[in-house]
Structure formats: C-alpha cells, structure tokens
Design a protein around this ligand. Structure first.
Ligand code: NCD
Length: 302
C-alpha cells in the first residue's frame, strides 16, 4: 500500500481503510503480547502540536515508542520560533531534516496539507481546525469493527456539535465508503452538519436524517461530541448552545448499542453511563495506540 501522507480521510479509499484496520488488529495483538518490538528502531517521530491535545499526541508517542522508535516535538508554541514569526513552511522544512515522520495539529483548516507541500517526510494530520482528523476516524472505525463486529449496515447517531466537530466530518466521509450505513444527525439548529458533508453523503448514496432531539430507536452506535467552545467566533453563541444534550442512563439502558466519544467530554455524558457495558469511549481511546502504530508502520514502509 502506497501512502505518502495522511492528510484527509478523503485521500484514501475503502481498500486502504480496510488494510489499516487489518494492520491495527495485528498491532493490538502485538501490544497484548507485551513483546519488545524493534520495527521503528532508529526512526524518529516529530509531534508538532499547535493546539491542545492529550490522547492524540500521547497515543502517537506511545505508538512510536511501543514500536521501538523515538519521539521529539512541542506541545506549546510559546516555546518555539513561531513566536519569532517563523512560518509553518520553514518549521516543516527544518523538522523534515530531523525526523522521519511528522504528526501535526494546527488550528487552521488546510494547515496539514500546506505542511505536506514543504515536507520531505510523511505528514500525518492530527487535526486541522474544524476540518479533518483522519487518524481519529481510523480508530473510530476500528472501535466500531471491534465492538459491533461490523461496519457495513450500521445505524449511527451523531449527537452535539456537528458543525465544528472535525471527528464527525472525517468519520462521515469514511462511513460513506461502506454499505447500507444509516446516519442520524442530532444537533441544535446552530450546530447542524455542514452542507459539504451532506453533499458528500448524497454523492455516495448514504442514507441520513437530521433531528433536534435525542432519539435512539434502532441505533447501533451513539457518537457523542463536545461542543467545540474554542471554534465559536462569538462566545455568546456558545453560551446559548452549551449543555444542549446530556446522554443519561434513561437514553441507553437496556439498549443494544455502543456509546462512543472522541473525548475530551465536558458535561454531555452523565458519568453514571460510564459503568454500563455499552460505554466504549475509554476503550476507543485505547484503540488509538494500535491504530496509530499501524499508521506509522504503513507510512514509513513506503
Ligand atoms: C477531538 C479533537 O481534537 O478534534 N479530540 C481528540 O482528538 N480525541 C475532539 C474534541 O476535541 O472534542
């Protein structure tokens, strides 16, 4: 499989997605076997995080270290030459000479694509503004496959901030590559799923509907999201929609479904839901490690 960068989930087809999921399963077995692995011996991953992150950055670092590689990077641009006015292009040129692969998270849409134009090593988009988060999508698909047993034919409800949530945007596109998917979008009017995503679904004949209230009849996967406070141009608007939805025991108890969330959560899931067997969000964040191991391996194999 030839993959130079991983910038948008739209750059890869179903065949590639399935290959990454298959490789992720091998990586998960490897992790459970606790064997020391040296696949990435002598290789360096650079994590350039211009935006906050816990899971994405640390699971990338864990993935690289579990494979026997090393990690460099920054988590706060205040300590970098960005503060002196260095451009993204220059930073990427320099880091390309230090590391074998770069994972970048940046607040601007299109920044990872721009980085790939300057890089001489593979670039992985770890989130660019409200646009895309392809590695999260792959771990989301992996979670669905492992916990539901299949991806084709699922009935999934996305709840919350569907306007600014990049994990939703990426995952919708990936799901549209599979068969007989049904999507229910549940959001306040102000945070409806963007038109571009809808046209993408229409193009691929993926069935969807939009609702304003939580209704989980016939749903296999509930995908909760955080209202993305940092993306609102007007904080008053955020105040109006915050806390609109809260998933409680009464929504999900005794239902045959799984609950996912890319995390971090704020107040959209009642903590009592955590103890239900349906709650898979912490397992989902663990799956980030084997999936990112697979992504690193595939990108560095080229
Ligand atoms: C998500 C993100 O950064 O887009 N988090 C993550 O990577 N797991 C979701 C969020 O911040 O709400």
């Amino acid at each position: 499989m030839k993959l130079n960068h991983l910038i948008s989930i739209k750059d890869i087809g179903k065949k590639e997605v399935l290959k990454i999921l298959e490789e992720s399963e091998k990586m998960e077995n490897l992790l459970h076997s606790k064997k020391a692995v040296k696949i990435m011996d002598g290789k360096i991953l650079a994590t350039l995080f211009y935006e906050p992150s816990t899971r994405t950055r640390l699971s990338f670092e864990t993935a690289m270290k579990r494979l026997g590689g090393a990690v460099i990077g920054f988590t706060d641009i205040k300590n970098t030459s960005v503060m002196k006015g260095e451009t993204l292009g220059d930073t990427i040129r320099v880091i390309s000479d230090y590391a074998d692969i770069i994972a970048i998270r940046h607040p601007y849409e299109g920044s990872a694509r721009l980085a790939s134009e300057y890089a001489t090593v593979p670039i992985i988009n770890a989130g660019d503004g409200s646009n895309q988060h392809p590695t999260q999508t792959l771990l989301d698909l992996y979670t669905i496959k492992r916990e539901v047993g299949k991806i084709d034919g699922i009935n999934i409800a996305f709840i919350g901030d569907l306007k600014y949530g990049r994990t939703v945007h990426s995952l919708c596109h990936a799901l549209s590559l599979f068969n007989n998917i049904k999507i229910t979008f549940i959001s306040p009017e102000e945070l409806r799923i963007p038109k571009e995503i809808i046209s993408d679904l229409e193009k691929n004949n993926t069935e969807f509907c939009e609702k304003g209230h939580i209704d989980l009849k016939g749903i296999d996967v509930v995908y909760m999201t955080r209202i993305q406070k940092e993306r609102f141009p007007d904080l008053n608007e955020y105040q109006r929609v915050r806390g609109t939805y809260k998933l409680t025991l009464k929504h999900v108890e005794n239902k045959n479904l799984i609950i996912m969330h890319p995390l971090p959560r704020v107040d959209e899931i009642d903590p009592r839901v955590d103890n239900l067997p349906q709650a898979k969000y912490f397992k989902q964040s663990f799956y980030g490690v084997p999936v990112r191991m697979a992504i690193l391996k595939i990108l560095l194999e080229n």
